[in-house]
Write a protein that binds this ligand. Structure first.
Ligand code: GLU
Length: 499
């Protein structure tokens, strides 16, 4: 009997639910369903400093909103749990130690500074600066250091030279020189596994048969393949999907495009349309139809129809498709219901009450006061910013610096947003009121709104950034030459803020 197909999505809960995660989840799910297999969700939270429970919840909510349901996962359980790596951490160390015993891995006591120095020296001598097995110490030295409690990591051994051949379901044979591959750390000095060890161990223990993931992981494949060999385990079939790209062909990034699924939900896209659009990223229906449901994608799924040319994620095309879904698939009754569920409901209205109740005399005052909270991009023109006391150059910098600073903000709270804005206004030496004026206009469409900090916190990072970006465009943005200067100024400002 042939093996049950088991695929997985393995997100790291370190940020917003990325459309790229949803895209890979969709293809894993379709492949599993096509083969009457199972689709697993595993949370890869071994990077404890960057992982947060809020991000995990958002990722689960976003995938569920899209209807990409999993058969096993941290919230639904399953035979091979726990499905959160932080709950499996005691297991990984033993696997790393097993490789040391077998002679396939070694203890490394070098500090990061020492390793930097080694790399530098090797580079200067014209040698490969990679970290290789020659750093392994004699057994007696290792025992002494272990006994003395010197901190260590465990590294896997990799060949110094030769070629590693990976067999990829979509790409066929991929060759990577071993000289390009470092002796990867498997176990960190805090006893936590790295992605590579935990990922391979869990894929094995969870009986994953097909690893369908983004192309950015191809360079990890040699290490993973070697680990499977060291452990003497069967390796799942690898399949690296093409990366999503911005319309200018660069890798899809939040600097250029809203990348969070939550943003598309808030903008009022239908999940069916988002899934449909993601399904068209590098894939097409046999009849080339542009509009199709998840069910029909599953029915017609065939991995060999994936094309490798970088698929472009274009918000305008997605909007067009969403319009089709709204017009063709929702009855008037369903339309009313969807709109109610989307935003005009208890959950999304409650947080606005404290800001609005004290400012209205009649209920009819509510709509103009709150409409920006339910809108996408606002109808701004250069005129909208005419009330600012700042020179146009300074004004644009206020928006640009705020946008960049907020792009790096990982904990989206009113307090943190406030701290970011305040820090920039201080370095730019602009009074808070003058500094905030154009931000009010960008976010709320008017300088006289209620707390813009609260608005930004409620609107979420992607919508806030999208509006700031849009405002900058309305004001003409920066020329290429200016942009370089502004970038430098921002770096200098970041350094000042960090002081
Ligand atoms: N945790 C990895 C990620 O964040 C998983 C990569 C993989 O699928 O192997 O995407």
């Amino acid at each position: 009997m042939s093996q049950t197909v088991r695929t997985r999505i393995a997100p790291s809960p370190t940020g917003d639910p990325h459309v790229g995660t949803a895209y890979i989840a969709l293809f894993n799910m379709c492949f599993a369903r096509q083969h009457q297999g199972k689709f697993v969700l595993r949370i890869e939270d071994t990077d404890q400093a960057r992982s947060t429970p809020e991000s995990e919840k958002q990722i689960l909510d976003a995938l569920r909103w899209l209807g990409l349901d999993w058969d096993e996962g941290p919230d639904v359980g399953g035979e091979y749990g726990p499905y959160r790596q932080s709950e499996r951490k005691s297991d990984y160390k033993a696997y790393a130690e097993r490789l040391v015993e077998q002679g396939d891995a070694y203890y490394c006591f070098r500090t990061p500074e020492e390793l930097d120095l080694i790399r530098e020296e090797r580079k200067a001598a014209g040698l490969n600066p990679g970290i290789k097995g020659d750093l392994e110490l004699a057994a007696s030295e290792v025992s002494n250091k272990l006994a003395a409690g010197v901190p260590y990591v465990i590294r896997m051994k990799v060949p110094d030279d030769g070629v590693c051949v990976i067999d990829d379901l979509l790409r066929g044979r991929i060759e990577i020189d071993w000289s390009q591959v470092d002796c990867q750390i498997l176990l960190k000095s805090d006893g936590m596994p790295t992605y590579h060890l935990a990922n391979v161990v869990d894929d094995h223990l969870m009986k994953i048969t097909h690893v369908i993931r983004g192309e950015e992981w191809i360079n990890s494949a040699p290490k993973h393949q070697l680990l499977y060999q060291y452990f003497d385990w069967d390796m799942p079939q690898l399949c690296h999907m093409p990366l999503l790209r911005n319309p200018d062909k660069s890798k899809l990034s939040k600097r250029k495009n809203p990348t969070s699924v939550t943003y598309y939900e808030r903008m009022g896209f239908m999940p069916e349309a988002v899934v449909n659009y993601l399904g068209r990223m590098g894939w097409s229906m046999p009849d080339e139809s542009e509009k199709f449901s998840l069910d029909s994608m599953i029915k017609n799924f065939d991995l060999s129809r994936v094309s490798l040319g970088g698929p472009i994620f274009d918000v305008e095309k997605l909007s067009w498709l969403n319009g089709l879904w709204i017009r063709e698939d929702l009855s008037d009754e369903q339309f009313v219901q969807r709109v109610q569920e989307w935003s005009f409901n208890h959950e999304s209205f409650s947080p606005l009450v404290e800001h609005v109740k004290g400012r209205v005399e009649t209920f009819s005052d509510i709509a103009p006061l709150t409409s920006f909270m339910f809108a996408g991009m606002l109808p701004l023109t250069e005129e909208s910013f005419a009330g600012s006391k700042l020179d146009s150059d300074i004004l644009k910098r206020v928006l640009q610096f705020t946008l960049w600073r907020l792009e790096a903000q990982r904990h989206w709270t009113k307090e943190n947003i406030f701290a970011d804005v305040k820090a920039i206004s201080k370095v730019m030496d602009i009074k808070m009121g003058d500094f905030m004026q154009p931000i009010f206009v960008s976010i709320a469409g008017t300088p006289n709104s209620w707390s813009v900090m609260d608005s930004m916190a409620l609107l979420g990072p992607d919508m806030t950034r999208a509006r700031l970006r849009f405002a900058l465009n309305v004001l003409g943005g920066f020329s290429k030459k200016e942009a370089k200067r502004v970038d430098k100024e921002f770096n200098a400002m970041q350094a000042k803020i960090a002081d």
